[in-house]
Design a protein. Sequence first.
Length: 371
Amino acid sequence: MADHYEVLGVARDASPEEIKKAYRRLARQLHPDVNPGEDAAERFKLVTHAYDVLSDPDQRQRYDLGGDSGAFGGAGAGFGGFSDIFETFFGGGGGGTRAGRPRSRRERGQDALVRVDLTLGDVVFGVHRDIEVDTAVLCETCQGSCCQPGTQPVTCDICHGSGQIQRTVRSLLGNVVTSQPCTTCQGYGTTIPYPCSTCQGQGRVRARRTVSIDIPAGVETGLRLQLPGSGEVGPAGGPNGDLYLEVTVASHDVFSRDGDDLLATLEVSMIDAILGTSVTIDSLDGPVDLEIRQGVQAGDELTIRGRGITPLRGEQRGDLRVAVQVVTPSHLDPKSRALVQELAKRTRPAPPHLAEFHPGLFSKLRGKFKR
């Protein structure tokens, strides 16, 4: 392999500005648009590759420490640095490639995350949603080839399709061969002379698309639903990533959730609590009849079977549990007051007194009435 300094016609201690001037001078002479000869085209590729290496401080330093087969034999030849030895034996060279095996332009796309707002009714019955997602989709112009229609990638003339450039390095262990990604094709082994003008050679574009999803009953805030293959398409038309839906359930004015059960509070007048009554309440399923027994107490719980939430992984719905809250009238007209006093005389209720202490009673009552 020709020495990069000799290719550009500069000294080994040339400054970056001198290297740039030499490259521009040679590029003007050898560019295919100016000099169509085959020899000129080959020299232009060598000049470009030499400039890519020597214009990058890190690559130039590595090259100066080791050099290639055309750089040995002179007074400036020396031993390769320990970094070259480590690169040889511990997979150096970067770029995620192996010697002789070029990188693939096709890669898996990234996962996408979308937040979905649901109502408590959606949680009870499940819901179908059409969700708008802004992600990368396959380029319709090139269909992921990254090339302008009618063209295709060509084999890299520098690495001859391997995606790697090999160098022989002198080290304390003798001559060893190191590999690093080709800077001309970036390790792909091919170049794209005519990139697709729609996606600029990426094989994908950003677009808004609609994803249809059936959200099952029983989900809750914070739960993530995974849709495999519904995320972003990968570079060069690579496989799609996954789409994750993160659920947020809005609070309800009347009902709250306790596992698979629904909770509600029913306000009952003192008279209805004494005499008992029947009432029709509006559940999330629609109207449902509820019997209030005679003498119901504040904090008593009435259960309506099968009117709760269907479990995420199950079929039998939970219950609707209704806690009774007896409402005592705060203002009575004289006639009503007299009737209550007469009732008190007839029933002779026990005077107010402290009841036996029950641990957790207050928390239990609070739980019955929570929303």
